[in-house]
Design a protein around this ligand. Structure first.
Ligand code: LLP
Length: 427
């Protein structure tokens, strides 16, 4: 069910009109649907349950980088989610949102000493280690603290995720993970370090995947390694397959989460039966976009219409600093007029006020609009607010969460004074 629909000619999120939201909170504003978030998380949780899994055999660790607002994290934590983080800052957010650090996995190629200490002091579930140099650093930091760090190695399974090169991460040439052929040696090294406890294996092959075949192939590559390691006496407790399931931006038809998980769990069961007399193993998932992407829109107001020979422009009050994806990846986001008009549509490029030609949100869209109208930039819940910046000294947008006919402000709009509050002039 879509939680974004027209009612009496006005676009609503659940039962709340975006016109009312803009009146109360201004624009640009990110608007999220609590029902959509809940439904998207439940697709994972229900599939785990339907396949006979509980928390000890399957854990969803929401990827915080896709949308890290405290209200989003808190909602997901109440639904039972764990979290995949990539910085100390994200860990502090998870904790501030009421998340359980023992359900946190820490990914990323560049963990600092300080971040390792922070994560160890909170007893996180696992460090997803991406290099042998990181193994050594973690061993030393854990030793200094009198602790043993639980680790997984991010292995690069070298499968083609068939997605945008900027967000494809599982190929040999990417900076991520440990090369498949070097993984056994890296595990042996990890097992020999006294302050590390080898608990898992992980991968993440890319984002916005429409088909699950590359993920299932990656899983097979990982299980081959798990078996080799078991023969050497290194027994793993979990397999983390990463995130990556895509969403519908422009008629895309991503695999249904329930179908993907059913196929994956069937593979897990068969493998465990063949090799380990059915002894279970825990599966971890790190989804981001498929949980938040289509649960949010960015509402913006048309400041000016500029009609020309070559192009028409709708100049809006949101810009590339609010939503980077079009400028950065030429990403396509749907654009819908909040108030439907009976007048004829014209073709517009939807652009922001930032001083860059790359500052566009959508191109060549048929829109029946007038100056002062509101537009909704669709599918903006993932990698929208989290990638925003203050370029051009633009305060970041407000964020609200709709719950039926209630609206909660979950992040205030930044004021200009907030933007230079940490700066000082020379004496
Ligand atoms: N796990 C790891 C280790 C990751 O690097 C990512 C995303 C995820 C999980 C979550 O992946 P998802 O389920 O969201 O596909 N900014 C880009 C996307 C970058 C993805 C980075 N890694 C965009 O706006 O499309």
């Amino acid at each position: 069910m879509s939680h974004f629909s027209y009612q009496n000619g006005v676009l609503h999120v659940e039962n709340t009109s975006l016109t009312d939201i803009a009146k109360e909170f201004g624009s640009p504003t990110y608007v999220y649907s609590k029902a959509a978030l809940t439904e998207n998380f439940s697709a994972y949780a229900n599939a785990c349950k339907a396949n006979g899994r509980d928390a000890t055999t399957a854990l969803v660790c929401y990827s915080v980088k896709s949308n890290s607002n405290l209200a989003v994290l808190n909602l997901l934590c109440r639904l039972g989610s764990g979290f995949d983080i990539v910085s100390g800052g994200e860990l502090l957010r998870v904790i501030a949102a009421g998340g359980d650090p023992r359900k946190v996995i820490f990914s990323g190629v560049g963990k600092t000493h300080e971040e390792m200490r922070l994560a160890l002091s909170h007893d996180i579930l696992c460090f997803n280690v991406e290099s042998t140099a990181e193994l050594e650093r973690l061993n030393q930091v854990a030793g200094d603290m009198g602790k043993q760090a639980p680790i997984s190695l991010r292995v690069n399974p070298n499968v083609d995720a068939k997605t945008h090169p900027y967000i494809s991460t599982g190929l040999k040439e990417n900076k991520f993970g440990i090369a498949y052929d070097e993984a056994l040696a890296a595990y042996r090294k990890a097992a020999s370090l006294p302050h590390l406890r080898v608990v898992g294996i992980d991968c993440h092959i890319g984002s916005q995947l429409l088909d699950d075949a590359p993920l299932l192939e990656a899983f097979d590559r990982l299980t081959e390694l798990v078996d080799r390691l078991a023969q050497e006496g290194i027994e793993l407790h979990h397999v983390d397959i990463g995130g990556g399931i895509g969403i519908n931006y422009n008629g895309d038809q991503p695999v249904a989460v329930g179908d993907y998980l059913a196929r994956l769990f069937a593979k897990v069961d068969q493998w465990r039966l063949d090799q380990y007399k059915g002894a279970p193993i825990q599966l971890l998932f790190e989804p981001g976009r498929s949980i938040v992407g289509n649960a949010g829109v960015l509402v913006t107001e048309v400041e000016y219409l500029k009609h020309g020979d070559a192009k028409n422009f709708a100049i809006v009050n949101a810009a590339m600093n609010d939503l980077m994806r079009p400028a950065m990846y030429e990403a396509w986001h749907g654009v819908q007029a909040v108030q439907q008009r009976a007048t004829a549509a014209q073709t517009y490029d939807v652009v922001g006020p930032v001083c860059e030609s790359g500052d566009w949100l959508a191109r060549d869209r048929a829109l029946a609009i007038e100056q002062g109208d509101l537009l909704a930039i669709m599918s903006a819940g993932a990698y929208g607010m989290t990638m925003s910046s203050n370029y051009n000294t633009r305060g970041r947008a407000a964020e609200v969460m709709v719950d039926g006919d209630k609206v909660h402000l979950i992040r205030k709009r930044e004021a200009a004074s907030d933007l230079f509050a940490l700066e000082s002039t020379l004496p």
